[in-house]
Design a binder for this molecule. Structure first.
Ligand SMILES: C[S@@+](CC[C@H](N)C(=O)[O-])C[C@H]1O[C@@H](n2cnc3c(N)ncnc32)[C@H](O)[C@@H]1O
Length: 270
């Protein structure tokens, strides 16, 4: 049951179980769309239903990956050497640390996800290199994540940091206060820090929005939002051009539109 609380919430509803093959799971559905093998029949059913409405989703998930590469590149070009990937998902190369270390070989990267299965995968597959860490954490409890980052000295908040929140905020319902979650991280970020987000758009086609209804009540439940509402979450940041726009527009002008629209933004803390 969802409790009404003020500020970022502290309730556990819809959080993934250690492993439940019967319930669609956001990380596993996404893994299926990316062509991965870490998914179950129930995830493939949701994924196939989406793909039957919009086969171009297979491309969209890779556009988001291209956007991650671009955001990380912009941050490393600005001299940033520490990264936090919130809602990191089941590892799929290229991952954030691979992108960051192309130009900043000593970059520190922390992967955070609230799904114990995702955490186990990240810990096993990504954290071999020194300076790459996986944490179990729920963005709906930002203070707990921040405490872990500080107490384990994983991130130095006196220095700029880049935070990526790709495809995760739309799993946070309105009564879980997504703007307050971003604000909690923003308030700790040094000037010159970067934030990159992608967020499911309410401008997506009605067929797509209808398919997403099938996720209601599970950990894969989403709330797609109008781009203006997504932009309102970025208060206190300078939103870089071209602004909060479909992810394709951050990449190349010739990429096809998709019926599922992922709005994307990169912003900088002044
Ligand atoms: C659609 S996947 C995106 C994965 C990755 N960011 C990417 O772009 O490829 C969403 C991820 O967010 C995670 N997630 C959803 N809600 C979360 C929350 N409240 N706290 C932390 N992680 C969350 C899910 O477990 C899943 O791994």
């Amino acid at each position: 049951m969802v409790e009404e609380t003020e500020g970022p919430v502290a309730h556990d509803d819809r959080a993934p179980q250690p492993f439940n093959a019967e319930q669609p799971n956001s990380a596993r559905v996404y893994d299926y769309l990316l062509g991965g093998k870490d998914n179950q029949e129930t995830d493939r059913e949701v994924g196939n239903e989406m793909l039957s409405q919009a086969p171009e989703l297979k491309s969209l998930v890779w556009f988001v990956r291209g956007f991650m590469l671009k955001a990380v590149q912009m941050a490393t070009d600005a001299g940033i050497r520490q990264f936090i990937d919130l809602g990191s998902g089941i590892p799929t190369s290229p991952n954030v640390h691979e992108a960051a270390r192309e130009t900043q070989p000593s970059a520190r990267v922390v992967y955070v996800d609230y799904d114990p299965v995702v955490y186990t995968h990240c810990d096993a597959l990504l954290t071999k290199p020194h300076g790459v860490t996986a944490l179990l954490g729920d963005i709906r409890r930002p203070d707990e994540i921040l405490d872990q980052l500080k107490n384990q000295a994983l991130i130095d908040f006196a220095e700029p940091v880049a935070i990526t929140m790709l495809g995760v905020l739309h799993y946070v319902m309105d009564d879980e206060h997504p703007a307050d979650i971003i604000a909690a991280f923003r308030d700790q970020m040094a000037p010159g820090s970067y934030l990159a987000i992608t967020h499911g758009s309410l401008d997506s086609s009605p067929e797509i929005l209808k398919v997403l209804e099938a996720t209601r009540g599970s950990s894969a439940q989403v709330t797609f939002r109008p781009p203006a509402q997504t932009e309102s979450f970025l208060a206190g940041f300078e939103v870089l051009e071209p602004g909060v726009v479909p992810v394709q527009q951050w990449l190349r002008p010739d990429l096809p539109e998709t019926r599922m629209i992922m709005d994307a933004a990169i912003c900088r803390k002044p």
